[in-house]
Structures are given as structure tokens and as C-alpha cells.
Design a protein around this ligand. Structure first.
Ligand code: IVH
Length: 682
């Protein structure tokens, strides 16, 4: 294939892929198989690699991600991104209609739409190409998240047909579909990461991720609902939506034009009832004046347009019977009351349990066993009881008394000044606290011993093999082989049956041994000292450099550290006062865990000291992460975006054109991977 043929082939593939993308993701009417699509994509990626001169930032190959953004650039919106005035009341919708009619005499039509519960995004297109995608931010300026947005398959990188303005912005909502959301959270829990509370948080977390290849693997989607441009020659909002669809955008299939308030209420009622069946979250409906010149006549308040209103649905509520209340003890000893209820369908899932939070909230609700209660899904994962139906209270229902003793070890519970939770103070002897601390110790962000899990820890605890983290390092093959435990069918644990066969035991011991190399800051986090989360542990490790110096630090020295306050300092002092803790730390030290931060490896010189690098594009034999590590190992700094402080750009294949342009403007040298290697070998 010569250059000309390659260019033609690349262009053809791009056009075909974009068309199939539209058929599949926007119209849900694919005409080729996934396999054929993948093959075309593979060929395109191969050709683009072979002929980098034909690189195009809007090629469908960009959808697989790969670029890393260290810091998102702030961009001012050409048209401010306003919000809508919200209401939960139908009277206010009637008032809205009256206000509109005061200004607009004569023919009036509304468009009713769904209000998608996601993250607002503004896309700018120039000459039919996606130029930029920016989050709402504060409404005046937001973050440039283009690289991540390009991975959303239903967002066109190149528009179809003609008739679009040379320059325009189109706005919509990026959301996380239910199915993908459930999978994502399952995955996160498996990895010991905290689950997202709801799909909206998952969407906003995902579009702000630094690694676009991870974003590409998540099934984000987007509906577009508003065009902003100085060059529109349409008359209505509805027409705009239809045009948008023809240009290749995904717009909602549930948009209706109505002419009176009853029809608005029909739409509201229909979707309040049916929203649970949609594969994504909506939190209301939006009512907009259809005619664009009427919209203009109505204008804006400081915050929102006068031509639109959002009617928000009340959180979904269900009523069911409270069977009993259980109390759970966590790793910190905090006791959480949980309601066990007759199963009930709520917002698409069956709910059996609800959090009762603490004694104060229970008291306020005056919730009693046998009561009929109302449950609601709020912002959190676990639904909560919001009310009790007193009319249905069974005769003789007894007032609930919060337990006085720990349900696990019997110790009298305490309640600390100013805290809502009850605690079991028996830190060293209460089983869920002991197990919880060891589970925290092995978790991914701590020592990351992934050959152990909740079920295995419980088995080891039951057999008396472990009472604290240091015991893990004493375990021997002979003690473990053959151990087995089957958990009851309704267990909350992920592993139902745990049995220690040869391979399992070897893996466990290997994982424990390998954990001895875990960096000091993670060891510190793994100890589970109150208020010492990942970030605090990192700060402390960087400041004190070793466990010894941290343990010797006085209260004054601790609070003098940036971001360490009285609460954390107090917790550290208390932790290091305990004989048990000191003994465990001593044993961990003897086992060879990292108790100080590792200085540079011997032989490695800080050859790149004071130099700042930007990595752009991809490299054949080294990942961007490895390259970044190399820069840092040699004392250099790696940043995400080109600025006046950048000394070199390491340029790989498919380097972004904006970076190239900026580098040229600022006169920053582009170097190859080989040039870089020579620098560090010097
Ligand atoms: S129109 C001038 N239409 O709700 C405002 N917004 O508080 C133009 N939203 O920030 C927005 N679905 O993120 C519009 N069909 C829809 C919408 C919608 C969701 C979001 C949007 C906006 C917020 C309003």
C-alpha cells in the first residue's frame, strides 16, 4: 500500500466506523456485527500507527482513550451554563404557566422532556468537528474534559449531513446507565474500593478521571438537549432537537409538544410512574417554551431562564413492615442500628434492610418493631427509614431501647462527647473489631494482600490463628493446609465456602511475604489509626520519614505538620500509648515491614533534577506509567499539560496536535524516547 492508498483507506475506515457507531449507539440499529466493527477499528489503529502523518484527533480510534490528563484546563463558557428553576409542586408549574402567559400573548406551545440525573456537559463543534467538551463548573467556567468525553461512543466526533452552524455549542447530560453502574460497584467492592453512592456520582467521578483509557472502559452515555449558537436559523427548540438528531447526536426519544397545562401534568404523571423502568436515572421533567423568539422575549433571571421550569419528582418511597432491629459493630467499634424489613420494591431494587443511623435518629422516629415504616432512597446506597405510619402501629408495640451492651462481646457501650454513635470500647477483644482491623490491614489500598479476604480472615480468626495483623506473618503452611469453612446461604460475604488447599495456602503465604515490600505510607495507613486515612498517612510518612520519628513526635510537633489537626494528633498520641499497639508494631518491625520511606535506589542519580517533562502520545515498548516512574526516579517532574515551565516534551506516536502547537509557540523541544533514555544514562 502506498501513502496515497493508505490515506484513502484510513479516511474510508473513519467514515464507515463513525457511521456504524451512529447506527449502533444513537439509533440502536446496528447493521454489522460487533466483530466486524472491531476488525475495522483494529485496522484503522494499525494504519494510523504506520502512517502517523495522517493522525486526526477526531478519528474514531480516539474513542479507546489513552491520554492522561494531570490537571483539567479551566475554560470559560461562551454562553453561561445556567440552571433551571426547580419545583416539587404542581401549583408552581401552574404559576409558571401564568407568568409565561403574561409576557406571551397568543399562540403558545411547550416542550416536555425528561430531566436526566447526571452531569451537565457543553460540547463545542467547529466546522462539524468536536473541538471541546467542558463541564458546567460554576456556570461561567468549567473543566476541559474533551479526552474523556471522546470515549463516549454516542457523542459524534464528526457530524453527519450538512446544515449545522460553523460554530455552535450543544449541551446535554452525561449519565451512568443502571446496568453498568451495578457492575462497576460490584467490581469496586471486590477490589476493596468504596462503591459510588449513585449513578450520578459515578458519572461525575468518571469524567474527571485522569486516565482516559479507564473512562473508555466505562459505559457512560449522554443525551443532548439544548443548542446554543449565534447562527441558528430555526424557529423552535423542537426543531433544534430534530436537527441535532440528524447531525448525529443522541437526543431523548421522550420529547412531546403540548399546548395546555393538563397535557403537562399527564407527562409528569406518566413519568413519575414509569421512571423506574428506564435504564437510567431521571429526577423530574423539564418544561420549556418551544418558540425561540418567545424564549428570547421571556429572557433570563440571574440564575435561570424564565422560559423553562424543572418539576422534580419526590424521592421514591415505599412502605413496609419492620420485623426487627439488628446492631452491627464496625472495625472502629461504632455500633450501627439496622432495620430488618419485609422485602419491598423501591426504585428498581428489592430492599430488605435500611440504616437507622444512630440512637438519636431512632428516638426521633420513635420506630418500633411491628411498625409500618416508609423507606426512601436518598443520596446514599443504603435506603433509610423516613417515617412511621402511626395509624398502623400494632397494639402493645414497645418503645425501642437502644442496646446497652455490645452485641458481640457484651462490653458496656459508651458514647463519646459530641458524637452521635455508640461505641464498644473493647478494641482488643471484640471479634468484629479485631477482624475488621485485619481486613483493613490487608485491603487493596493498605498492604494489598489480595490472596486473603473477609471469609478467609474469619476462618483464621475462628481457628485462633490471628488476633492482630502481626499474627499473619507468623502463620505456617502446616497450620493452614486443610482448614475449611462453609458460610450460611444468606451470608453477606462474597466467598460462601473457604477451603485451604495447597495452591490457596501457597498464594496466601506468598502474598503475605510480598507485602513486606509495601511502602511505609501504606503500612502506616494499614494500621487503621483513627482519622489516619490514605492522604494523612502519606503526609505523615513524608514529614517524619520513619515510624520511629513519628512515634516520638509530640502533640506540638504533630499539629505543626501541614494539614494535621488536633483531632488527628490526639488519635496518634493515643494509638502509640497502647501497650498492645506498641507490641504489635515491634513484631511487624521484626518481620521486616517497611518502617521508613525508601530513599532513592543506590546508583540512581538525580540527573533530571529540576527538569519538568510532559509525555505525549504512546510508545511501543514502555507504558506511559513506566515512563512517568522513570522520570520521577531520576528526580524529574512529570506534568500533564504544556506550560512555560515545561523543559521537554517526550513525543511518542499520535502526539496531540494541541500539545504540538503549544510546544511550538513556547519553543519547548520535543524529544524522542531514545533521547530521553540517553539523558538518564548520562
Ligand atoms: S435544559 C438553561 N433539559 O438540569 C438551562 N436541562 O438545573 C438549560 N438537565 O444543569 C438546561 N435534563 O444539567 C435541560 N432535558 C433537560 C435536562 C436538563 C437534565 C439538567 C442540566 C441542568 C440542570 C438544571
Amino acid at each position: 500500500m502506498d501513502k496515497k492508498q493508505a490515506k484513502n483507506k484510513i479516511e474510508q475506515l473513519r467514515k464507515d466506523l463513525e457511521k456504524h457507531n451512529y447506527l449502533y449507539y444513537v439509533l440502536s440499529r446496528p447493521v454489522i456485527s460487533d466483530y466486524e466493527y472491531d476488525m475495522m477499528m483494529e485496522e484503522l489503529i494499525r494504519l494510523e500507527k504506520e502512517y502517523p502523518q495522517f493522525r486526526d484527533p477526531n478519528s474514531p480510534s480516539q474513542r479507546v482513550g489513552g491520554d492522561i490528563t494531570k490537571e483539567f484546563k479551566t475554560v470559560r463558557h461562551k454562553y453561561p451554563m445556567l440552571s433551571l428553576s426547580n419545583t416539587y409542586s404542581k401549583e408552581e408549574v401552574i404559576d409558571f404557566d401564568k407568568r409565561v402567559k403574561k409576557v406571551i400573548q397568543g399562540d403558545l406551545e411547550y416542550v416536555c422532556e425528561l430531566k436526566f440525573d447526571g452531569v451537565a456537559i457543553s460540547l463545542t463543534y467547529e466546522n462539524g468537528l468536536l473541538l471541546r467538551a467542558v463541564t458546567r463548573g460554576d456556570g461561567m467556567q468549567g473543566d476541559d474534559v474533551t479526552t474523556n468525553i471522546k470515549t463516549i461512543n454516542s457523542i459524534p466526533l464528526k457530524l453527519q449531513e450538512n446544515g449545522y452552524p460553523d460554530e455552535f455549542e450543544i449541551r446535554g447530560e452525561v449519565y451512568y446507565p443502571h446496568e453498568g453502574f451495578a457492575r462497576l460497584n460490584e467490581e469496586r467492592e471486590k477490589n476493596g474500593e468504596p462503591p459510588f453512592a449513585n449513578p450520578r456520582n459515578a458519572a461525575s467521578g468518571t469524567i474527571k478521571m485522569q486516565d482516559s483509557s479507564i473512562v473508555a472502559k466505562r459505559p457512560l452515555d449522554c443525551f443532548l438537549y439544548n443548542i446554543a449558537s449565534d447562527e441558528l436559523n430555526t424557529k423552535t427548540h423542537y426543531e433544534n432537537l430534530q436537527n441535532a438528531r440528524n447531525w448525529g447526536f443522541r437526543t431523548s426519544p421522550y420529547v412531546v409538544k403540548v399546548r395546555n397545562i393538563d397535557a403537562i401534568f399527564d407527562f409528569i404523571n406518566e413519568w413519575d410512574k414509569n421512571r423506574a423502568e428506564l435504564p437510567y436515572d431521571i429526577d423530574g421533567v423539564v418544561i420549556k417554551v418551544n418558540d425561540l423568539s418567545q424564549q428570547q422575549a421571556l429572557g433570563f433571571t440571574a440564575k435561570s431562564p424564565r422560559w423553562a421550569i424543572a418539576y422534580k419528582f419526590k424521592a421514591e418511597k415505599a412502605s413496609t413492615r419492620l420485623k426487627s432491629i439488628s446492631y452491627y459493630v464496625g472495625r472502629t467499634g461504632a455500633v450501627t442500628p439496622v432495620a430488618n424489613m419485609e422485602p419491598v420494591l423501591l426504585a428498581g431494587t428489592i430492599v430488605k434492610r435500611a440504616s437507622l443511623h444512630n440512637a438519636d435518629i431512632m428516638e426521633k422516629l420513635d420506630v418500633r418493631t411491628g411498625d409500618t415504616v416508609f423507606v426512601e432512597k436518598g443520596g446514599e446506597i443504603i435506603p433509610k427509614i423516613v417515617d412511621v405510619d402511626l395509624d398502623k402501629r400494632p397494639a402493645g408495640a414497645e418503645k425501642t431501647k437502644f442496646i446497652k451492651n455490645c452485641p458481640e462481646c457484651g462490653t458496656t457501650l459508651i458514647r463519646k462527647e459530641g458524637e452521635a454513635a455508640h461505641y464498644c470500647p473493647n478494641e482488643e477483644g471484640c471479634p468484629p473489631q479485631i477482624k475488621g482491623k485485619i481486613e483493613h490491614f490487608i485491603s487493596r489500598k493498605a498492604m494489598d494482600i489480595d490472596s486473603l479476604g473477609e471469609g478467609k480472615i474469619e476462618l483464621l480468626y475462628d481457628r485462633g490463628l490471628i488476633r492482630n495483623a502481626a499474627d499473619l506473618y507468623d502463620m505456617k503452611y502446616e497450620q493452614l493446609i486443610g482448614l475449611e469453612k462453609v458460610y450460611p446461604a444468606d451470608t453477606e460475604k462474597k466467598e460462601r465456602k473457604v477451603s485451604f488447599r495447597d495452591k490457596t495456602v501457597r498464594n496466601i503465604l506468598k502474598g503475605i511475604e510480598a507485602s513486606k515490600e509495601t511502602a511505609f505510607e501504606k503500612v502506616l495507613y494499614a494500621l487503621g489509626i483513627r482519622y489516619v486515612g490514605e492522604t494523612v498517612a502519606k503526609k505523615l510518612a513524608q514529614h517524619f520519614k520513619s515510624m520511629d520519628r513519628l512515634m516520638e513526635a509530640s502533640y506540638e510537633e504533630l499539629v505543626a505538620v501541614d494539614e494535621i489537626g488536633e483531632r488527628i494528633a490526639g488519635a496518634l498520641i493515643a494509638y502509640f500509648k497502647s501497650e498492645e499497639h506498641l507490641e504489635m508494631i515491634q513484631r511487624l518491625r521484626e518481620k521486616g515491614l517497611q518502617f521508613e520511606i525508601r530513599e532513592d535506589k543506590p546508583g540512581v542519580k538525580n540527573t533530571l533534577e529540576g527538569k519538568s517533562f510532559v509525555i505525549s502520545g504512546s510508545f511501543e515498548n514502555i507504558s506511559r506509567n513506566e515512563l512517568k516512574n522513570l522520570i520521577e526516579l531520576h528526580g524529574g517532574k512529570n506534568t500533564g499539560s504544556v506550560s512555560g515551565n515545561t523543559n521537554y516534551i517526550i513525543a511518542g506516536d499520535n502526539m496531540g496536535p494541541s500539545k504540538r502547537k503549544k510546544a511550538e509557540e513556547l519553543g519547548i523541544p520535543l524529544i524522542s524516547l531514545d533521547d530521553f533514555k540517553k539523558m538518564i544514562e548520562k
